[in-house]
Ligand binder design. Structure first.
Ligand code: DX5
Ligand code: ZN
Length: 221
């Protein structure tokens, strides 16, 4: 599967968001990861569909990957799809009806992802493998950028990859939290192909260099 680097704009300078997104795209970003937090499902508050639409109107052409850390989810799924998102993921515990939320995303031609917290078991997604495009494995507890990668996540990614391979479905694995140049290779080796990185990119002095080094790490095998 192709590899994708997805800078998380949570660590960007929000006062210059359009420029920051332009800069990471020029630096080699494949996807723009857009973290939505509601100060309810997680103890932080970020950005909504208006900001997504602003980025699309500003001219951002790379896929916008909306990671919903909110509850409830359905109303905002619709609004983000209308605002130009290409990928939408939600946490299964945050919705009353997983199948309905999946269907809302699918019917609007967006890629569907289901996000699992470190404590959420893979069994939660086993019954819906036929309906989703990607699984987002959280390698930190959701809510904040700049946290340390939880090492046990590697084993979970491997198990997830085995589960997908056994199912025969074509599902991508995205990993989110604490990823940087020092551990991206292990995350790839475990079975992931989409790599979210916030602080490792936006807190670096040179976005191009950071993304290039990450790509080198994952292309080496
Ligand atoms: C955390 C967010 C992540 C976060 C990643 O709740 O979902 O996307 O921005 O940031 P880093 O890469 O700094 O861990
Ligand atoms: Zn995220």
């Amino acid at each position: 599967m192709k590899n994708f680097i997805a800078p998380s704009i949570l660590s960007a300078n929000f006062a210059e968001l359009g420029k920051e997104v332009d800069d990471v795209i020029l630096a080699g970003a494949d996807i723009i990861h857009f973290d939505v937090m509601d100060n309810h499902y997680v103890p932080n508050l970020t950005i909504g569909p208006m900001v997504c639409k602003s980025l699309v109107d500003y001219g951002v052409e790379k896929p916008i990957d909306v990671h919903l850390m909110i509850t409830p989810v359905d109303d905002l799924i619709i609004k983000f799809c209308e605002a130009g998102a290409s990928m939408v993921s939600f946490h299964p515990e945050a919705t009353e009806n997983i199948n309905k939320s999946i269907e809302l995303i699918k019917s609007r031609d967006c890629k569907v992802g289901v996000a699992l917290n470190p404590a959420s078991p893979l069994s939660l997604i086993e019954p819906i493998l036929d309906k989703i495009d990607f699984i987002l494995i959280m390698s930190v507890n959701p809510g904040f950028g700049g946290q340390k990668f939880i090492p046990e996540s590697l084993d979970k990614i491997k198990k997830c990859k085995d589960m997908i391979d056994d199912s025969g479905y074509s599902i991508q694995i995205e990993v989110d939290g604490g990823i940087g140049i020092e551990n991206i290779k292990a995350v790839k080796k475990a079975g992931a192909n989409m790599f979210v990185a916030g602080s490792a990119i936006f807190n670096s002095d040179n976005y191009k260099d950071a993304i290039k080094k990450m790509k080198q790490e994952i292309s080496a095998g």
